[in-house]
Ligand binder design. Structure first.
Ligand SMILES: NC(=O)c1ccc[n+]([C@@H]2O[C@H](COP(=O)([O-])OP(=O)(O)OC[C@H]3O[C@@H](n4cnc5c(N)ncnc54)[C@H](OP(=O)(O)O)[C@@H]3O)[C@@H](O)[C@H]2O)c1
Length: 171
């Protein structure tokens, strides 16, 4: 199974403002993310990101896909979405694999990204580079310490001032 990380970030590597706001993410980036989620049939998110999605009502286009929330504290989710909980990145991948899906889509946030990257579980990354600089914010993988080499698979201009980078992680 191929594991893909998708993130929209500022040109200097922040995925959110310090207060969790992501208002710099363009409509084109949101659409591209939803398209990829529809293709993979799933997203894997950290518990904080899921809580923020629920609070913001950011569930458009995710009604018919598996949403796997990684958390040490699973809970019941009383809504019509296909939500399940996993207690680790590997068990989230196992859940998706058991459902016969060929790709897994990791969709943040920073702590979850760091877990997947540090465990060497990501095969490809899409990065939407928003035309924004922030003095401070939440970095793509928090402050975790690792280094990865990337192979460029493609670039695409997805809106007037915005490029999407597509990388493979060299293993
Ligand atoms: N720009 C973008 O594309 C984008 C996308 C997504 C999110 N974001 C932003 O990212 C920020 C959230 O990131 P975050 O780092 O604060 O939170 P997060 O990664 O969304 O969630 C962290 C939580 O996920 C669970 N978790 C993560 N790794 C785990 C592991 N290895 N094993 C078990 N549980 C694990 C834990 O939940 P428990 O505490 O329940 O155990 C942890 O507290 C928000 O500001 C959001 O807006 C941006």
């Amino acid at each position: 199974m191929k594991v893909i990380l998708y993130m929209a970030m500022t040109a200097n590597g922040f995925i959110a403002k310090k207060n969790d706001d992501v208002d710099f993410v363009s409509a084109a980036s949101w659409q591209s993310y939803r398209d990829l989620a529809a293709r993979t049939g799933n997203i894997i998110v950290g518990r904080r990101t899921f809580d923020l999605m629920q609070k913001a009502g950011d569930m458009d286009g995710l009604e018919n896909i598996h949403i796997v929330v990684v958390s040490a504290h699973p809970k019941d989710v009383a809504d019509p979405l296909m939500v399940s909980f996993a207690d680790s990145p590997r068990s989230a991948l196992q859940y998706i694999e058991e459902r016969g899906l060929k790709e897994a889509l990791v969709a943040g946030g920073a702590t979850l990204n760091a877990s997947f990257l540090k465990e060497n579980l990501i095969d490809e990354i899409y990065l939407d580079i928003e035309p924004t600089l922030l003095g401070a914010g939440i970095p793509l993988a928090g402050n975790s310490d690792f280094e990865k080499s990337l192979k460029l698979l493609g670039t695409k201009q997805i809106s007037e001032n915005e490029i999407q980078l597509h990388y493979q992680i060299k293993k």
